[in-house]
Design a protein around this ligand. Structure first.
Ligand code: PAZ
Length: 336
């Protein structure tokens, strides 16, 4: 079967032609105003700001969307890292896929650690009609208090600003808009691009308006390539000032380092963190340009012991190392 989605002409969108032809999400202006306020506040306070992107983007197949393609990501890397960036003193813009994991609440995910399981009902026996009270089980009290205390402190100090996306189009528009707001921070802005972003999409002009009908045989959809957004992010939107970290996910471990090097050579940013799908929770590789040597790269592995109880989180070490490198990046500009 052929659908409106199956016909294509030009499949090479530049970033420029993408933004000229694909419409922005409806709440973009409102979101941008809030980001501007947040950035201004922390810029005035002399605080470094990190943009953490997290979760997977979708690619809708219809305008009245019933079906879509999705990208693998629970949002664990982003949500966990955001907490460690807060501990390192950063203000965090957390741009995540709607309903994916978020900092703090991630500890009580409905599927792995449902909060109803550690609440207890206390009946006050003295009065028959007294309202029941709720308490937390003994075992969960200390860890909950720790998470809750950190969560309240972060919110009281307005150190965490949250934005959501669903589609790859939402993501691309938000990323550009946020980067334009972060530009005032120059080298004090850090980008931590952990979201799993679709490489292919269906331009609006090629989408079927209504639900694609079955009954006429197989479905052929030809998708266009999502423009390589890191290029304008590095050279135009942030003007080479911000410290930019992208992630590369592979399922063939032998591709990790070559693909990471290729990305650095193409886009000229600071770090690519390579991770393999199956080992990503206990090992990653940092690939970065070798100082003063063109076309040479340095690899640094970060590893933790794989363990059942997952007390230690690899994001703690990833973020500590990035904060160290980011501070050097800022200091370098001061000595120029
Ligand atoms: O969200 P999660 O913890 O399940 O997975 C994190 C990740 C593997 C999506 C992330 O570390 C990553 O590699 N993001 C970039 C993916 C990409 O190559 O597009």
């Amino acid at each position: 079967m052929s659908t409106a989605a199956s016909t294509t002409t030009d499949s090479n969108f530049s970033a420029e032609s993408y933004y000229a032809t694909q419409p922005p999400p409806t709440h973009l202006d409102h979101e941008v105003r809030n980001v501007r306020e947040f950035v201004q506040k922390h810029a005035n306070a002399g605080r470094n700001v990190v943009l953490v992107t997290s979760g997977g983007t979708t690619v809708p197949l219809e305008l009245n969307v019933v079906r879509f393609l999705d990208n693998f990501s629970a949002g664990t890397r982003g949500a966990t890292s955001a907490e460690y960036f807060l501990k390192e003193g950063y203000a965090v813009i957390f741009m995540h896929r709607q309903f994916s994991l978020q900092p703090f609440s991630r500890h009580y995910s409905h599927s792995t650690h449902p909060f109803l399981d550690f609440l207890e009902i206390e009946q006050d026996g003295s009065q028959a009609d007294s309202p029941a009270r709720i308490s937390v089980t003994e075992k969960e009290r200390a860890p909950l208090l720790e998470v809750l205390t950190a969560y309240k402190a972060v919110h009281t100090s307005d150190l965490l600003h949250t934005l959501t996306f669903v589609t790859v189009n939402d993501y691309l528009w938000l990323l550009r808009a946020v980067s334009q707001e972060l530009a005032v921070l120059g080298r004090r802005a850090l980008y931590y691009l952990a979201a799993a972003v679709s490489d292919f999409f269906l331009p609006r002009q090629k989408m079927s308006e209504h639900k694609i009908q079955s009954g006429k045989g197989s479905l052929h959809i030809e998708m266009d390539q999502v423009p390589k957004i890191l290029k304008p992010l590095v050279s135009e939107w942030t003007q080479g000032q911000a410290f930019i970290v992208s992630f590369k996910l592979e399922t063939d471990p032998s591709l990790l380092v070559p693909k990471a090097r290729q990305a650095l050579a193409r886009y000229g940013h600071q770090v690519v963190i390579g991770n393999d799908l199956h080992t990503r929770k206990h090992q990653v590789v940092f690939v970065s340009p070798s100082a003063g040597r063109d076309n040479e790269y340095v690899e640094t592995w970060i590893r933790i012991e794989p363990s059942q109880d997952a007390v230690k989180e690899i994001e703690e070490d990833i973020v500590a190392e990035l904060a160290r490198r980011h501070h050097l990046w800022i200091d370098t500009s001061l000595s120029l």
